[in-house]
Design a protein around this ligand. Sequence first.
Ligand SMILES: [Zn+2]
Length: 146
Amino acid sequence: MSGNAPSPKVLGMSYDEMLERALKSLPEEIRTPSGMEIPKAEIFQEAGRTIITNWKDIITKLNRDERIILRYLEHRLGTVGWIIKGRAVLQGLYKRTRINKLLELFAKEYVICDVCGRPHTILYKEKGQLIKKCEACGAWRVVERI
Ligand SMILES: [Zn+2]
């Protein structure tokens, strides 16, 4: 054991410089979260209808056409809906937990990449099929038509 204290300067770099260099060399995946925030619906019920008040926020976070998301909810709930003044209105009374579960399923099926887990996907139609393609890793698959 030499007992020498570690030099504050190694290879002419200060500790801060070394730390910065170490951080820069880390793969991108570790520095940026690959997951996404799945939006939660804020709702109220009125006259036999369920109104989603933060619809615009949900659309922004899911980054999908609002008509597709509305159609998905309509089909899964077996009802009809409208978009009025930035809110979604669904015929019938539905619990917030049920709508949130559907938004979560929608995100997994139509937004999040199955391979890398990132939300950087696009949806497009090809030969009558609906395809989800990831712009981050290039993975794609056919998804159920909405
Ligand atoms: Zn991907």
